[in-house]
Design a protein around this ligand. Sequence first.
Ligand code: GLN
Ligand code: ZN
Length: 762
Amino acid sequence: MTTLVHTLGYPRIGAQRELKRAVESYWKGESDAAALEREGARLRHAHWQAQRDAGLDMVTVGDFAFYDQVLNVSTLLGAIPPRFGRVEGEVDFDTSFRMARGRAPSGEPAAACEMTKYFDTNYHYLVPELHAGQTFRLASQRLFDEVAEAQAAGHPVKVALTGPVTWLWLGKAKSEGLDRLSLLDALVATYGEILARLADAGVTWVQLDEPALVQDLPSDWQRAFESAYHALQSAPVKLLVASYFGALGDNLGLALGLPVAGLHIDLARAPGQLPAVLDRLPPDKLLSLGAVDGRNIWRADLRQLATALADAKARLDGRLWVAPSCSLLHVPVDLDNETQLDPELKGWLAFARQKLDEVVTLAHLLDGRETDADRARIDSAAHALKARRESRRIHQAAVRDRLAAIGQADTQRHNVYASRAVAQRERLNLPLFPTTTIGSFPQTQSIRSVRRDFKRGDLTASDYEARMREEIAQVVARQASLGLDVPVHGEAERNDMVEYFGEQLDGFAFTENGWVQSYGSRCVKPPVIFGDVTRPEAMTVRWSEYAQSLTDKPMKGMLTGPVTLLQWSFVRDDQPRATTCRQIALALRDEVADLEQAGIAIIQIDEPALREGLPLRQAEWQTYLDWAVECFQLSAAVVRDETQIHTHMCYAEFNDIIGAIAAMDADVITIETSRSDMELLDAFQDFDYPNEIGPGVYDIHSPNIPDQAWIVDLMVKAAEKLPAERLWVNPDCGLKTRGWAEVEPALANMVDAARVLRRRYA
Ligand code: GLN
Ligand code: ZN
């Protein structure tokens, strides 16, 4: 019997981000709904054709969305929050766009649904809102139309949808005291209707994505899996339950026992679970192996994979499917569009299109029916990967040696915070409630065009340098007249906080078209960390040094932290993440030392991604936090007592990681708190957090200008929780997305508020 090949999903954005352009043009009213529908259909056809051309046995329908696939399921289920109006029949386009964005070309605006990261990916989904007594109904034809579309094109179809338990798990209770599971039966009944409709349409296979199965599930949620799938057992289709992003772990028995036709497991993240799954797989169930990494961009070693799966093939034969580990949504579309990448590096990579070829060849290899094309692919992969293992561009002895020599002393400041604080007070001479900002100032059109012209070669390096200095001089002057205590240079030279550093570090590479959907029409182009990381030369020192030369106030230098650089990149798979992170930390350590040497007395190391790096299983949290904290420390702990280290994080949900935050031992942490009325500071109060904190008092995500009294009020609340002499006054985050017209009065109010506070707490 032959091994069947499929994919859990394919990127929908298009190789040139066509979907982004089509959707945004519709939002702006530059094109109509029909044009958007046409472009959607064109992309779906192209993606199905790519799957067929590669040799997949079925195409996946249901992975397409104009905004988000979880939102699509919510609209399919008629789960429309009441503020978007009563929708009787078909949920239209604009209603779902309003749910996503708060507005759409037609209809009244309303508060958008919350958006959050999908498990541990950088993809954001729209959080389903759940209300007591909520009902569900089949409220959209879209999925069925897409099925018909694929069938009309002659494709064998497998439908993919978020499964009912994961959909609820991702949802948020909006009624006081609501147990989300109380909605399960009603929800599953509607899933039953959907499955029946799909069966009527001639669909045989439906993949229900249940990545919640790789998380720690409370026992009532485990039971929910049993009851949901028991109820769906009578559905006239075959169900494939898809787990991904990790091992099933303690949910293995649960997953294997569900009364469904097949189970998909992730072998990229959790190869070790295969033997147990094989031993315990019921004889009537098929197994889909997620063998090719759907979360990363490395080319697979097909021969090695085939060897690892040979036992599965022998034992399962016709009950074996192969696929990428998860939907290919999380990787860029097509490596063939990279024309600038170094050919050697390019040979080590595979994007979504290439991963389709990889799974097909893998299946052929398992079945012993390789074609000439397969053989060529296997050989070229083996060749490229051997070269990768040995490449001098990856392995640098100096980096290894330096890492090996790192000891405890390198990750600890010389003295504890209390004595550092004395030295810093003496050197910096700051008032009570010092004011500062997070680093970036508005990125005006002129800043962007200067950067772009320089990148294109239309501006010489010295002209660029001069223009940036002008910009720095302006922001320093503005901060002086505002009266900010700790100014910054404004980060005008940075397009993106990861790209800016990645471009200057060895071991990082950048693609031209390696876009991945982040949310809605927003795509990101993560750098590729392919080799040992080093810093050929100082990255930020000249800007900070120049800015410092313009003022007597202590200029703060800003760096992106090691964990954030790691977290927002594609990371090499040939060594542990922790090792790569330590290498980045060492490169940053040199930058920190150089900044200190240049006379910069305050250095901020941003770690907005620290929390999102938490593993999906709680048992693995401590290990992660240990090395993440160690890496931060490795970057920071090179300075003398009187140099002040800041960190910044764009959230304040610290309850479960406050110990790690304290262990980072930054002298000052600035966080996002303005919208929560300082309630989020409770974690710091309960923990008795020992160092200084700047709770954000200006919500930079909103164009509103906070007034002085409101800021005072927030800070008074903060001072009830934490000692006033350890509080700073600052915005929630960087100001680069705002305009000066709002920023200037907002900061003026902030500085005034600090003056009021100083009088009050003197
Ligand atoms: N220093 C960065 C800025 O101000 C921090 C951005 C962030 O935390 N996301 O833009
Ligand atoms: Zn931030």
